[in-house]
Write a protein that binds this ligand. Sequence first.
Ligand code: SF4
Length: 439
Amino acid sequence: MPTKKLKYYLFVIGCQMNLSDAERLETILQSIGYTKTTKEAEADFIGVVSCAVRQKAMDRIYGKIRQWNLIKESRPLITLLTGCVLKHDKNKLKYQFDILLDMKDIQKLPEQLQSRQATLGNFIPAISYLQIKPSYESKFKAYVPIMTGCNKFCTYCAVPYTRGPEVSRPAEEIFTEIKELLNKGYKEITLLGQNVNSYGLDNKDTRSPNYKKKMLSFAELLEKINSWRGDFWLRFVTSHPYDMSDDLISVMAERKHLAEYLHLPVQSGNNDILKKMNRYYTVESYLEKLFDIRQKIPGISVSTDIIVGFAGETEKQFLDTAKLMQQAKYDMAYIAQYSPRPGTSAHRLYKDSVPAEEKKRRENYLNEILKTTAKEYNQKFTNQFTTVLVDGIKNKKLYGKNREFKTVQFIGQKKLIGNFVKVKIKNTGPWGLIGNKIK
Ligand code: SF4
């Protein structure tokens, strides 16, 4: 065993899947004797869990690795690059980082470190990286991945290249992880996947004792967890509209643990752009599904993702998206300016001809529509009671999310963090609600 306690620092960017992957990486590092630091300056090991979705994220990594390589001139430091990394960036960064590993191979990290940094204890490699027990960031809410990869090949997206094809996790493994969390008192479980709705369709679960049987569908998986006893909320992200089945909508309509919130990325409100994106649905079929969901689950809150300025998007095509936003009346929308990713088909096929300032204008325009629709939706909470899972405290106010994924603030004691609290709403705005705790 080395005398000095080695410290690790993680630089994690991107989606919830990356946060969840980082929790597994932490388990590996801790099991071989590293302790966590939040200061880059004192780290002996720096791990990057990268995101390939936008160039901005990659630019940050290029900037960081230059700084870290300068540190190496004065003291030992090992750097790792994992997560979503495009081939193009891998080739450029392989001489900058000490270790490059795909997340699915992260169990190999201890042996790679041993040869470089005299590490320690035994880490028994799991069969798959998802079998590594995560070091959960929170003591009351957890992300549980149910699948990895994606088969959809949206033309702008890097994920199918960085994460590979869809592989569903065995249902028994998912149930065990969730049951352990619930036994520890966890209050919120979020099931993760790039497209959770296609869970089970790959049917390649050779590790499952039920291999010969058809795997559970996503609706069946949810139905099972939703039938359990206990006081917890169940969420999932992300859903592809094409795979949003009637069965799934029916299970969601049962509510119980399943929260009244759905993230349903639309990306564009123009059919030609949707076709160029390879999204498998039209504006009409998307809206039909959305209205059906709203009818079957009254009060559900819906958020979306939108890309502006994709592949020469004209003003008319952009205005179609603005129109769709007005019709869909989203509660939240994550609006991104198109950023071509090398290696994707959009990068190869289409010119990125919309100027940066025009993309910005379109983003702002859509945000104004969102502000109106979100404000309108939130007003219905005025003088209503809502239950909040308290996340933390800021500016002397507790804050957390309700079942509809709205941020709620109220005055209360710190000891309520991690608990469900009933709140009466007195003020609403587009981005949240303010209320009083019910005694
Ligand atoms: S569904 Fe499309 S956007 Fe989502 S991960 Fe798959 S390829 Fe990417």
